[in-house]
Ligand binder design. Structure first.
Ligand code: NAD
Ligand code: IPM
Ligand code: MN
Length: 352
């Protein structure tokens, strides 16, 4: 029995993580849950939105299923961790948000976001089957922003050779394991010659150690255009942090939207699975959020844990519910609620 840290999160987070938990439990996978609350409400109650208990839980269990957590837009918001630095000196590390703090503290450097068509899921394209690899710890996400003077703000974009090597190596290994052939590196090295220049060059060099892979590259703006014109021609994408964030949502939109886009944050010893979407405050608490993204994230988690039988059963049950097209949420063209769609998937699982 494997214990998983469950972070319900904010907004629709508690609704969609409850759905994923119910579906995983019904799949017969040998999983137990340890709830570790984090996010806006936790911050209001305790001061810090990411209490030490969450780090301890993930340290113990090594694997988490995380609901979206909300970060206020454009307002000061502090997430911090007090640690003992070199020589036992106390230090405080601060982060722009809960998700970024967890990714950085556990070195979850690889963000894996598969995007493909599901039956009756909408979207304007067919034949899309892309795996997006996003570097998850560097780039403009290092959180070093400052006011130069009252009218001038600036931010640091940091790219390291080691950071590029590890995400490129991860992508190559993943592609070999899953029989993927072509990877397209996205960059803006015509302008950002040092930072994106390094990302492009080091990724190319690292990937070249895997001769079976076809290595391709695109300037990020041109890549976005091609993705919306002929997405079915892409296999894998390898992107720095910020472009990876933006292209994740774009790619979700190609196949029907954020309601069906799962993801994984993987490091050397820990992993955290979460949907691509956020806390969706516009639909929170109304039992209308699509639970699929979070359920598919849990499927990725089960595969990571070696529970592939449970993962397959969930995928089949979900496919049956989608094919029938009745017990699905409104973004999928139905009128079922989150709970009714979840119950339909659980019923399918019981029948298998
Ligand atoms: P969002 O992804 O929450 O929502 C964008 C749009 O997609 C909204 O119209 C929403 O209703 C819809 N949507 C999202 N998930 C859906 C689902 N499961 N079913 C149906 N519709 C869905 O993005 P946002 O509004 O820009 O961000 C809201 C908050 O979420 C922000 O505070 C942001 O920082 C946070 N966020 C957190 C994470 C995370 O914790 N991993 C990820 C993204 C955004
Ligand atoms: C995502 C989200 C996060 C990101 C936010 C919440 C920090 O948009 O997981 O895609 O930008 O990485
Ligand atoms: Mn995002």
């Amino acid at each position: 029995m494997r214990t998983i840290t469950l972070i319900p999160g904010d907004g629709i987070g508690p609704e969609v993580t409850a759905a994923a938990r119910a579906v995983v439990d019904a799949s017969g996978a040998a999983v137990a849950w340890e709830e570790a609350p984090a996010g806006l409400k936790v911050g209001e109650a305790l001061g810090n939105p990411l209490p030490e208990s969450v780090f301890q839980s993930l340290e113990r269990n090594r694997v988490a299923l995380k609901g979206p957590t909300q970060t206020p837009f454009g307002e000061p918001y502090r997430v911090w961790r007090d640690v003992l630095g070199p020589g036992g000196t106390p230090e405080t590390r601060t982060y722009p948000g809960v998700t970024i703090a967890l990714r950085r503290e556990f070195e979850l450097f690889a963000n894996v976001r598969p995007v493909k068509n599901y039956p009756n899921a909408g979207g304007r394209y067919q034949g899309v089957d892309i795996v997006l690899f996003r570097e998850n710890t560097e780039d403009l996400y290092v959180g070093l922003e400052r006011m130069v003077d009252p009218d001038t703000a600036e931010a640091v974009k940091r790219i390291t050779r080691a950071g590029c090597e590890r995400i490129a190596r991860f992508a190559a290994d993943y592609m070999q394991r899953t029989n993927r052939k072509r990877v397209t590196i996205g960059h803006k090295s015509n302008v950002l010659k040092l930072t994106d220049g390094m990302f492009l060059k080091v990724c190319q060099e690292t990937l070249a150690a895997s001769p079976a892979l076809e290595i391709d590259s695109r300037v990020i703006d041109a890549l976005c255009m091609e993705l919306v014109v002929k997405p079915e021609t892409f296999d894998c994408l390898l992107l720095p942090n910020l472009y990876g964030d933006i292209v994740s949502d774009l790619a979700a939109g190609l196949v029907g939207g954020l309601g069906i886009a799962p993801g994984a944050n993987i490091g050397a010893g820990h992993a955290m699975f979460e949907a691509v979407h956020g806390s969706a405050p516009d639909i929170a608490g109304r039992d209308i959020a699509n639970p699929m993204s979070m359920i598919l994230s849990a499927v990725m988690m089960l595969r990571y844990l070696g529970e592939s039988a449970g993962a397959e059963r969930i995928e089949q049950a979900l496919a049956a519910v989608l094919a029938e097209g009745k017990a699905v949420t409104r973004d999928l063209g139905g009128d079922a609620g989150t709970r009714a769609m979840t119950a339909a998937i659980v019923e399918e699982l019981k029948r298998r």
